[in-house]
Structure formats: C-alpha cells, structure tokens
Design a protein around this ligand. Structure first.
Ligand code: HEM
Length: 485
C-alpha cells in the first residue's frame, strides 16, 4: 500500500487564522444555527467552563449547532447519533490534521493524532499488535512496582496532592513502559520526563500566549524542550537499531521491530513521532482519570466499600496481575467507567469536514470545524438519567449493553478508537488498586473540586486528599459517614 507522509502544516498562527476566516467566508451552504455572534465573554467562558454553554445550546438548537469561539465558527455535534456519525458511520469525511489537532504537530510531528487516510491506516496497522492484551501484560508489573514505590511516600495523617503525585508516577511508568528509559537516570529518563512535562505545559497555556513567537515565549520554551527530548529519543532509537537493548518488551521496541505487510519498518522519524504521540495522548488522560476516580470514591463510601470488598475477595492483599486488572475487578471497572462518563479526560474530538453533510435536519458545509463532545454527550439526561450523579451500576453488563450506539465514547470510537485504551485502563486500575489496598483517601473538608479543561480535563488546582488508614469494607462506609458529620 502506498502511504506517504502528509505535507507540513504552517506553524504561523496568523496564517492559520487567515486561512480559517477565508474558509468560513467561502464555505458553500449555511452553517447550523446557534451562538454565532462575536462575543468575547462567551469565548472566555468556553475556555473555562464550556459544559453549561454546550448543554444550554443543545436544549435550544438540538444536537447540531454552531458556536463562535474567537474568530471561528465551530460546529458541535452532541448525543449518540452525532457521535456515531463522526466516529463510525462517516468517519472518513472528517480530518484530524486540519482540525485543532494540527496545533500538536510542532511537538508531536506526524503521529497517530495528526495524520489521516492511508498514512494513518498503515501506522495504526503496524502499531496495533503492540497494544493487544498479551503485549501490554508485561507492563502490568512495571505499573504495580512503580505504584508501590510511589506509595512509600504516603503516611497516615498527611495531606497529599493526589493529582501531582499521580502525574509523577505516571511519567515514571511512561518512561519505563513506553520508552524503556530508567526514570532515575539523570541524563536520560529523568531529563526526558522533565522536558516532556515542560513541552506539555505549552498546550495548557492560554491561547493568546500560545500564539506569541520570539525569545522567552512559551513557544520558544516548548521548542527548546522538544530539542532535548528528541536528542534522548533519537539516541535511544540509534542504540536499539545497533542491537544493544532491543527486544525489551517496551513500546519503543515494538515500534522499532514492527513491520507492515510488505515488510517495511517505521523510519526513525516515524518512531520518534509515534512514541512522542503515545506519551502525549496517555499522560494527562491517565493522570486526571485516577484523580477523578479517587475523588468520586472518596465521596461515595458505598461504592468505595464495594471496591474494597472486591479487592479483599479477589486479591486478599496480593498485587494484582494482568488478568485480574483486565477483567477480574468488575466493581472497580464500573467505578472507572462511571468516572470516565462524568469526566472523559479527552473531552472534545475536533475534526474538519471534507464534504458538506446533513445530520438531524441541519446542514454542515464542507471545510467546517466540527467537534463531537463526550463530556456534554455523557450528561444528556435522556441518555443518562440524573446525569450529575455518580452511579457505577450504570455500567453493569446488562445496562451497558442497553445503551444506544455512540452514547458512551470516553475513548472515541470506530477505527480510530484510543489505541492506548487497555494500557490506560490497566495503569489506572493498577495504581488505584495498590493505593486502596493500603490507604483510605479522604477529601479535605470544605474543598470543592472544579474542572479545568485545557488541554484535557483535570482537577483545577490539583486534588488534595488526606491519607487515612485503610478500613475494611464495612468500616469504610461507617468511617466515611462518621467523618461527614
Ligand atoms: C484514561 C485514559 C485515556 C483516555 C480517556 C483516552 C481517550 C482518548 C480518546 C477520546 C481518543 C480519541 C480522540 C478523538 O476521537 O478525537 C484517544 C485517541 C488516542 N489515544 Fe487515548 N486515552 C487514554 C489513554 C491513552 C494512552 C495510555 C495512550 C498511549 C499509551 C493513548 C494513546 C492514544 C492515541 C495514539 C490516540 C489516537 C488513535 C488514532 O487516531 O488512531 N491514550 N484517546
């Protein structure tokens, strides 16, 4: 199959803004109705708290509507049918690279998140075996060992920012399981981790600062960190190519060894782009989900008690293995699914429409910026009654099977479903299991959590929690209720 890398995308913000404005002016056919006036306050609110705006627009205009954000008219598509249209039935009509995913190219290059068509299909086919259940099983041990090591820091009675703690831990796991680097090696793993975090920070910066260029701008800092990271990753690729350190069972080895059906391998540049993309796509998402899961379990003693009882029954104090993490902890799995319903970390799926189309009685023109939104779709009361409530039983096998197609999409869907889904789920379950086997997390009294959504959902200002001694299942409920009064 001939699959060539796509042409580069302009890194000039001005050129891209002009292109967007031109695109809207020359679009054929009307856009769906919605909040289309230029409105600075709405633009600001969309960047801080978009959920109420999207849900109100859905009520008023239906599942397909427009929202002007800064200079751009964006189309939002909510609900099961819209999600299924974008992700599955008409997925080929939507490009990732020409959407705001394109903003990631300066850091990620041409990895899975920023390519389309045959080039994407080839890369995905080469990479997929590396994410099969058996292939990632080896990482379970790394995840458990790193979780145990990180839990050594915890002491009963202390307060801990669970979000910051998980971030450090997830980065160590990524270094070992994805890149095969030692996170304690100051010249490699630790340096790569530090610069990866710095480069990531660029994408959490407010848009007006992100478009600045020149010395001492966030852009320049991101470029500098990318340079350091690339040096480490390319050196590691070269080392593996010469035979030293290959076949180690990490994802980088898999990328280096994988071939397509004609026997062709990924080039060094492709391996670098894909490895950086995997780190990017997996880091924030996994970290935030662990924090949100612990938050909800701490607020719901009965759900926590079921998870604790299950641990005692299935593991009896032992570390979980890959099979247990995969399917033998259903209470934990349901709590995780419900957490991802309420807080799907990758909350928005940006696309650009290739051809115009009709959906739910609305016309969307060719070239429109289109977004599906799991966060808002998961809060529609006609699909998930009492959408604000944390109810893990919604994901019992029967109730899950009864959900309409496209209703629940925390990992996207169709042929581009999150490639790291199993890896991420295993990591979350491994860390949360080890933590709850030893401690009882309690929310700091009086603290309310708000959600930040840039670039992915995360708890604004971290997730401070109090470390308590682990209780048995029954005491978990009694103890938590007592501490509430
Ligand atoms: C809880 C954890 C995670 C969540 C919630 C999550 C969510 C998602 C979502 C929603 C998408 C599709 C985006 C869209 O349709 O626009 C996606 C794609 C992707 N994810 Fe994840 N992800 C998680 C963990 C991971 C991990 C651990 C990795 C890597 C090891 C990863 C790698 C990727 C990649 C490479 C894609 C693009 C796939 C493609 O286009 O073929 N993710 N993820």
């Amino acid at each position: 199959m001939s699959a060539v890398a796509p042409p580069p995308v302009s890194e000039s913000p001005l050129a891209r803004i002009l292109d967007d404005v031109r695109g809207e002016l020359t679009a054929h056919g009307s856009f769906p109705p919605g909040l289309t006036d230029f409105n600075v306050e709405r633009t600001h609110r969309m960047s801080r708290d978009p959920l109420p705006i999207l849900l109100a627009a859905y009520e008023r205009y239906g599942p397909v509507f427009s929202v002007r954000i800064m200079h751009m008219r964006q189309v939002f598509m909510l609900g099961p049918r819209a999600n299924h249209h974008v992700l599955v039935s008409h997925a080929d009509n939507f490009r990732w690279r020409e959407s705001s995913f394109g903003d990631l190219i300066p850091l990620l290059g041409d990895g899975l998140l920023t390519i389309d068509g045959d080039y994407h299909r080839r890369a995905r086919r080469i990479m997929l075996p590396g994410f099969h259940r058996e292939a990632i099983a080896a990482s379970a041990q790394t995840m458990v060992a790193e979780a145990d090591r990180a839990l050594e820091e915890w002491e009963v009675g202390e307060a801990i920012d669970v979000y910051a703690w998980t971030r450090r831990l997830a980065m160590r796991i990524a270094m070992r399981a994805l890149l095969g680097l030692d996170p304690d090696d100051a010249d490699k793993g630790a340096l790569a981790a530090e610069h990866f975090e710095r480069a990531l920070a660029f994408y959490g910066t407010e848009y007006p600062l992100r478009i600045l260029r020149g010395p001492r701008t966030p852009w320049r800092r991101m470029q500098a960190s990318r340079g350091v990271l690339d040096e480490i990753v390319y050196a590691e690729i070269a080392r593996r190519r010469t035979g030293s350190g290959s076949g180690r069972g990490d994802v980088l080895s898999m990328l280096l060894e994988a071939t397509d059906e004609e026997g062709a391998r990924l080039s060094d540049r492709e391996v670098r782009d894909q490895a950086t993309t995997l780190m990017f796509a997996g880091h924030d998402t996994t970290t935030s989900t662990i924090s949100f899961l612990l938050y909800e379990l701490a607020r719901h003693p009965h759900a926590l008690a079921r998870v604790v009882a299950e641990q005692d029954r299935v593991l009896g104090g032992r570390s979980p293995g890959p099979a247990e993490l995969h399917s033998q902890l259903p209470e934990l799995a349901m709590a995780l699914d419900e957490t991802l319903r309420l807080y799907p970390a990758a909350w928005i799926g940006p696309r650009r429409a290739v051809e115009g189309f009709e959906l739910e009685g609305r016309h969307v023109p060719a070239g429109a910026y289109v977004n599906y939104c799991s966060w808002a779709s998961h809060r529609l009361p006609e699909v998930f009654p009492e959408p604000e409530a944390f109810v893990p039983e919604r994901f019992s096998p029967d109730r899950r099977a009864a959900l309409p197609k496209g209703a629940y999409v925390p990992f996207g869907g169709g042929s581009r479903t999150c490639i790291g889904m199993r890896f991420g789920q295993m990591e979350i379950k491994a860390i949360v299991t080890r933590l709850l086997q030893r401690f009882h997390p309690e929310l700091k009294p009086g603290r309310t959590m708000t959600v930040r959504q840039m670039p992915t959902l995360s708890p604004r200002g971290g997730m401070p929690m109090l470390v308590r001694e682990r209780l048995g299942a029954e005491e978990t409920v009694v103890g938590s209720l007592a501490s509430e009064t």
